[in-house]
Ligand binder design. Structure first.
Ligand SMILES: Nc1ncnc2c1ncn2[C@@H]1O[C@H](COP(=O)(O)OP(=O)(O)OP(=O)(O)O)[C@@H](O)[C@H]1O
Length: 686
């Protein structure tokens, strides 16, 4: 595999809040884009400047051998064509002298055939290389996109990003090889022809060049317009992708809301814009092409007129005039190819600009420690093993592999974007290694954000997040994430088979371990029922599974990663009572070997937690066990009262005794110690 083409590094700038901001990011004002989504940074307008040319050459560099070969073959093919008029002249002269013409005819035919063959071979080599350039650009772009920070992706539209990989890279096909080679070979051919013409008849050459020069001025006007229109057209294609992704991503909602027509119009609007700009490109291209053709025709007439007069005056002979006219004819090829190459370069400049824009988005740390390494670390503890490891140091060192991790938030401040209000205002809490900790509180309190900061999807703007006693920024990102099992709020399942979903990001796992986790997440019945078992294809985003099944698959997947820290964000919200109870047991069992953090709205699912962190408006307002909080924290008491707990606990204000186990509370408590040394009950959050 040739080296990946390199693109100039464009470090993202950082705003005053510590948020990385891509350079020159511009807000979209129209189109089917959502108002809060933006186009990635636009380093250039997409016209062919020196920087763009350098980038284009960067894409070409790894393939220079093949391009040189293809170019040389094309040049040779062109040279064969160059000699043809000479052979033609000798043929005409022999005809005039009544000499034998067979040999000259064979020579001419051989020249034509060999020239065509070499030209075709050169063309193939170049086309093949063009495909390789596109492949390399796509691979480079895909790995870049996969390394983007969550925040960077949230600022863009996935559909638009996709069109950069699929559509924009395709535009590099011609420009990086055929066009660049054409620029060199056709320029050389042009010079060759001009030299031949000069040798034959300098006066006629002067006539030709006078007409040819006229062309240059016209192209200077046309070419930048081609680049601009191409970029706008590609942007519209990107918007179309974004609009389509929006519809397909919420297909049922679109259907149920009956908005197919309005959504369709958004896609149509983008498609129409792409068409409009495409037509503009076609218009300027045809102006360029016609001008080139016109120049040749006018030159032809001028040379014919002046040349005829020169033959009549005896200044030249007919054979020379015929040969000169043939050279003029050959001029058509290089000129139109040069025109095409330059307009292709303009198209390529537009594509490069859009590809480069992705390069301006902020990525996660790369290198052997970053997510690029993508290797799953050595197996940690068995997902089926029980028994918490006692007395271990709560550190992330390699010797601590498999041991549960502690978590500590110290005065954490965070906002998603500088222009948005703060989500965390000095969040402080401590979770010792092992056991189960629940986060409860009103919607929007910042519970899920805690998990996002632990996973380092974002970095806090103030304070510290420590996992295993080590600040998350100091963890190699890959190692940090490998230590964590994370079930998102909407438990995404990816297209593919059940097995692929379960083993997504898991270390090497035996069938026995899979079966055990299936049993614990109550998926064994489902797998048995399915004709293809674990090989069942679950559809796009797991659409062939029920919501509860998707959640259980997501939990099973997280368990199979054998995490040292398990983050479950509303992971059982869609389960029926029986499954929920079973999953509660599975989570309690996991809490014996790992640190489990749960975000839950239904308090019934977390009453047995070792500690509950009550969050409100971006602050921790209390920490304690269920019984302690019911007694001492009014908000928690209110939350409990509005759920069934209050009714099951009696009509009076909930207290410690009131919180006597109901059916739901009967789940075994994992609270071996309601408080830990560093966590006194009911501290007020930071
Ligand atoms: N990616 C994001 N970009 C911008 N704002 C966000 C983002 N995610 C969440 N927010 C905002 O941050 C705040 C806290 O969100 P978070 O999801 O942490 O709350 P939560 O307590 O988990 O809520 P819920 O219980 O409803 O899930 C909310 O006001 C939300 O609108």
């Amino acid at each position: 595999m040739p080296d990946q083409p390199t693109t100039p590094d464009q470090p993202a700038t950082t705003d005053q809040g510590g948020h990385p901001e891509p350079r020159g990011r511009t807000k979209r004002r129209d189109g089917p884009d959502r108002a809060d989504k933006e186009s990635p940074a636009a380093p250039g307008a997409g016209t062919l400047d020196r920087r763009t040319l350098r980038t284009l050459l960067g894409h070409v560099r790894p393939h220079r051998g093949a391009i040189l070969l293809g170019g040389a073959l094309s040049l040779l093919g062109g040279a064969a064509g160059l000699v043809q008029p000479l052979a033609a002249r000798s043929l005409v002269e022999r005809l005039g002298e009544d000499g034998p013409i067979a040999q000259a005819l064979i020579q001419l035919t051989a020249l034509v055939l060999v020239g065509a063959l070499i030209g075709a071979l050169g063309n193939y080599v170049l086309e093949r290389t063009a495909e390789s350039v596109v492949l390399a650009a796509r691979r480079q772009l895909v790995s870049r996109i996969l390394r983007l920070r969550v925040a960077a992706v949230e600022r863009t539209e996935p559909g638009d990003l996709m069109s950069r990989i699929t559509s924009d890279t395709t535009l590099l096909r011609q420009v990086t090889t055929t066009s660049m080679v054409a620029l060199v070979t056709q320029s050389l051919t042009l010079v060759g022809i001009v030299v031949m013409m000069a040798a034959m008849d300098p006066v006629l050459l002067g006539v030709t060049l006078a007409v040819v020069v006229l062309i240059g001025a016209a192209f200077g006007v046309v070419m930048p317009r081609i680049a601009r229109a191409t970029k706008r057209s590609q942007e519209a294609v990107g918007l179309m992708g974004a609009a389509l992704e929006r519809v397909l991503g919420a297909f049922r909602t679109v259907k149920a809301a009956g908005v197919e027509r309005t959504e369709g119009e958004r896609v149509h609007a983008a498609a129409t814009e792409a068409w409009r700009q495409g037509v503009r490109v076609a218009r300027w291209n045809s102006v360029a092409g016609t001008t080139a053709g016109l120049v040749i025709q006018i030159s032809f007439l001028a040379v014919l007129g002046v040349g005829g007069a020169r033959v009549a005056s005896g200044a030249t002979d007919v054979a020379t005039l015929v040969a000169f006219l043939l050279y003029l004819f050959y001029l058509t090829g290089p000129i139109s190819e040069l025109v095409q190459a330059v307009s292709q370069l303009q198209v390529g400049a537009a594509a490069i600009a859009r590809i480069e824009e992705v390069g301006a988005l902020e990525v996660e740390p790369a290198g052997p420690e970053g997510p690029d390494a993508a290797t799953v670390p050595a197996p940690r503890h068995s997902p089926t093993a029980g028994g918490r490891e006692a007395g271990h140091p709560a550190s992330g060192g390699p010797d601590a592999a498999g041991r549960p991790l502690s978590l500590r938030f110290e005065e954490v401040e965070f906002r998603y974007r500088p222009e948005l209000p703060a989500v965390h205002h000095g969040v402080t809490f401590d979770v010792p290694a092992g056991g189960m900790t629940a986060f409860v509180g009103p919607s929007g309190a910042g519970k899920s954000t805690v998990f996002s900061l632990v996973e380092r999807f974002y970095d806090p703007t103030g304070g510290r997040v420590l996992v295993g006693g080590r600040e998350v920024r100091d963890w190699p990102l890959e190692e940090l994430r490998a230590a964590i099992g994370y079930v998102e709020q909407d438990a995404p399942v990816l297209s593919g088979t059940l097995r692929e979903n379960l083993l997504f990001g898991a270390p090497p796992t035996t069938d026995e371990e899979i079966r055990e986790v299936l049993r614990r997440t109550r998926l064994d019945g489902l797998v048995d029922r399915l004709p293809d078992g674990l090989e069942t294809v679950v559809g796009h985003r797991g659409s062939k599974l029920s919501g509860g099944e998707r959640q259980r698959v997501a939990i099973a997947r997280a368990l199979l990663r054998r995490p040292r820290l398990l983050l479950l964000d509303e992971a059982t919200s869609q389960l029926d009572a029986i499954n929920e109870l079973a999953l509660r047991d599975a989570v309690a069992e996991a809490a014996r070997t790992t640190t489990v953090l749960v975000v839950a709205h239904r308090l019934s699912t977390v009453t047995m937690a070792d500690r509950i962190v009550v969050m409100e408006a971006g602050r921790v307002r209390a920490v304690g066990t269920h019984a302690e909080l019911v007694r001492a924290d009014p908000l928690y008491g209110e939350l409990a009262a509005t759920q069934f707990l209050a009714s099951s606990a009696g009509e009076t204000a909930p207290g410690a005794d009131d919180a006597a186990p109901s059916a739901d509370q009967a789940a075994p408590s994992t609270a071996e110690a309601a408080t830990s040394a560093d966590q006194a009950p009911l501290p007020t959050g930071g």
